[in-house]
Design a protein around this ligand. Structure first.
Ligand SMILES: [Zn+2]
Ligand SMILES: [Zn+2]
Length: 246
């Protein structure tokens, strides 16, 4: 399994990275996890969009889904699409949310995306066994575990501290964990992890390695990594364009 970080800036695009988007490949199959603002541009540097086999949206906050809109433009007007609708797995309401983001008349996008609503559960997608768990976030959000070829990757999506995410990540080879909050007093509950909490989740789940991601441009990324490493030494910062073989 191969992970390529298309975008990893937390909560909004930053000067050096688009918002959340991760390409996960096994064999010939290419799956996108999230399509945050700016991601469609960077995606074209690593994969021809016609080779996207499926899209998984963890949730419908702007920084995880809004570049579905340029994907629609490309699909309809570039002349490079093969015309088939791309399977998309996303929380209930994604079809309405993305249609409204694309155009104020909210016309359907079902020529571009074949949307399957997700909840907590498991299914097979191409070569991947997919398992999801609801995270601690103000809107419906699902962390995802992908297993293929005996290797497994878990992506937290957005979450505050969550036992369900720890269970989902149990024994995974790689945990891609958000760490959007600096460790300061008075943080809202059920929203994001601190660097230290990302490390604690990795340690509690007994994962092989931790990639700290979703750090906003206004938060000190090095400090987030230092805090994670204090708890879980096998941690590094996700970097845009980074490729990780599992
Ligand atoms: Zn986010
Ligand atoms: Zn969010």
């Amino acid at each position: 399994m191969r992970l390529t970080v298309v975008g990893c800036s937390g909560s909004a695009p930053g000067p050096a990275s688009p918002a959340s988007c991760y390409l996960v490949q096994h064999g010939e199959f290419s799956l996108l996890l999230d399509l945050g603002n700016g991601a469609f541009g960077a995606l074209q540097a690593v994969l021809d969009p016609v080779d996207v086999d499926a899209v998984y949206l963890s949730h419908l906050h702007a920084d995880h889904c809004l570049d579905a809109a340029p994907f629609v433009v490309w699909h309809r007007y570039s002349g490079r699409s093969d015309g088939r609708a791309v399977p998309m797995y996303a929380p209930v309401g994604a079809d309405r949310r993305l249609a409204a983001a694309y155009d104020s008349d909210g016309g359907p996008l079902d020529d571009v995306f074949d949307v399957t609503p997700i909840g907590p559960g498991s299914w097979t997608l191409g070569p991947f066994e997919v398992t999801t768990a609801r995270t601690a976030h103000p809107i419906e959000c699902y962390a995802v575990r992908l297993t293929a070829g005996g290797r497994s990757l878990v992506y937290t999506g957005d979450t505050g501290p969550s036992d369900a995410v720890v269970e989902l990540a149990r024994g995974a080879d790689l945990l891609l964990a958000e760490a959007a909050h600096p460790d300061v007093p008075g943080l809202p509950e059920g929203l994001h992890l601190t660097g230290r909490q990302a490390g604690e989740h990795a340690a509690a789940a007994g994962v092989g390695r931790l990639l700290v991601t979703h750090v906003p441009s206004w938060v000190d990324a090095a400090a987030q990594l230092t805090a994670a490493r204090a708890v879980f030494p096998a941690a590094e910062l996700a970097r845009p364009g980074g490729v990780y073989e599992l």
